[in-house]
Design a binder for this molecule. Sequence first.
Ligand code: ZN
Length: 163
Amino acid sequence: MATLYELLKLLSKLLIIRKREKNLPVRKGKQQHNGIETMYPRERRNQSMSIVYKRIDFTQALAGLIRYAYSIGYDIIIDWVLRNATAQKEMYDKGLSKCDGYNIKSRHQNGLAADLYIIEDGKISNDEEKYNKLHEYWEAVGGAPMVIFNDGRKDMGHFEWTY
Ligand SMILES: [Zn+2]
């Protein structure tokens, strides 16, 4: 059982963290999105860089997206990130992806996409306006626009990197 003192200590620690977040020096190239500092990768590296560096940039941007989601009061969960060709083909066969995993590869197969869902009342939300807010942030930090399936359905929870 935590004492009142311990709780106060924890609370002040959290406040310090928040303060630090707000006072982070804005480095060159950093931007704000609705008052939240974005975590735009330090500099865009060239296209031929190895996949691991692309993944580092993607992961950094994703950390910013998650922090942004918390800041606007969303409860979120992460689902798929890295997926192999077999799993990709299964999704394609179910109409859940445009990529068959072999002829057309998904960014998930390189670990450059993440599925992130908003939870409301214990269930995955389909509130498009809410997802649009996340995608707005995502594009602001260099992510790709929302994927739309051929039949017009939107892959609202899918966030992929641009390079
Ligand atoms: Zn996805």
